[in-house]
Design a protein around this ligand. Structure first.
Ligand code: ADP
Length: 290
């Protein structure tokens, strides 16, 4: 047997034998392209606020003798720095949930879901009250009718009627899943954050926790701008935004939902969305019971 470059052949023998190695490189190419796109996106996202900061700093030094201009431009500088900080924070979160080594070291501990949801809500209270948005939590119930304020409204209503109370508040401690508590809170917080960001002033946001036979369902419902049907399958992609200008104006990074999806999948669950433009959105996380 000898190697002739194309394979291994038995040139001297009666039979010619070949060992051919075929490697499908399409997956590798696909991941390489994704990695390149990611680096391009990150560079672009970082360059925009960084460029704005340097321009604003130049402008401020030209307007040093005008106190109102200094106040205006320094306000904008701090807004752009907040955007940079938020982006870096989200990139670190994304790295944490995507990196296999880090993911393997993440905890899989019993987590009381209502406790996590309550914390996620309370950590968004300042943003909600700034927009006079009322946030409410429900147990076992679908928040749809309650968020709408009228039992029969279609706001944020996914298919099926699940408006029956199936769990008393006292049973809440029994709603436990196996997950990394800190990550799960991040996942729910991202949904609540978006519900507030993409809703007009004075609306309602509802979060419900419900246990079915072997699953726990967390649902976040808003009465916001909604998501067009054609965009709904793309919103979980990194850096995808329906309206980039609006997302940036509200401090969005385009990373929240992809982080949430990673966390939910890591805990063995699924995430889905129901939405109708100008009516609202409902995000549903389903996790297996511990
Ligand atoms: P962002 O930081 O831009 O909010 P996300 O990954 O959290 O990024 O969401 C991706 C996009 O999905 C958003 O830019 C927005 O267009 C859309 N989106 C997410 N949640 C909602 C919601 N509750 N209502 C309307 N649009 C939403």
């Amino acid at each position: 047997l000898r190697s002739d470059g194309d394979g291994i052949s038995d040139k001297g023998g009666a039979n010619e034998l070949y060992a051919v190695l075929i490697e499908d490189v399409s997956d590798r190419r696909h991941f390489e392209r994704m990695r390149r796109d990611f680096v391009t996106n990150v560079s672009h996202e970082l360059k925009t606020p960084a460029g704005a900061i340097s321009l604003l700093a130049e402008t401020i030094s030209d307007a040093a003798d005008d106190p109102s201009a200094v106040k205006y431009f320094s306000g904008r500088i701090s807004k752009e720095s907040e955007r940079l900080t938020e982006l870096v924070k989200k990139l670190i979160e994304l790295q944490k949930v995507q990196d296999d080594d880090v993911a393997a070291s993440q905890k899989s501990e019993p987590v009381c879901v209502p406790e996590i949801v309550r914390e996620a809500i309370s950590e968004n209270e300042v943003q909600a009250s700034a927009k006079h948005i009322e946030m409410r939590m429900f147990f076992g119930d679908d928040p749809v009718g309650e968020v709408a304020g009228a039992g029969d409204s279609a706001v944020g209503k996914p298919d099926g009627d699940e408006s029956k109370r199936s769990l008393a508040v006292t049973d809440a401690d029994a709603i436990v899943v196996r997950a990394d508590a800190e990550n799960l809170k991040t996942a729910v917080k991202n949904l609540v954050e978006n519900a507030i960001h993409y809703s007009p002033e004075g609306t309602h946001v509802g979060v419900s926790v419900k246990r079915t036979n072997d699953h726990v369902q967390i649902r976040v419902v808003d009465q916001g701008i909604g998501i067009p049907a054609e965009a709904q399958s793309r919103i979980f992609e990194r850096f995808y935004r329906v309206d980039p200008a609006r997302s940036r104006a509200t401090g969005g990074t385009g990373l929240g939902l992809s982080i949430t999806k990673h966390i939910v999948q890591e805990a063995g669950g699924t995430i889905s969305v129901w939405s109708r433009p100008n009516e609202g959105s409902t995000f549903t996380i389903e996790l297996p019971c511990a």
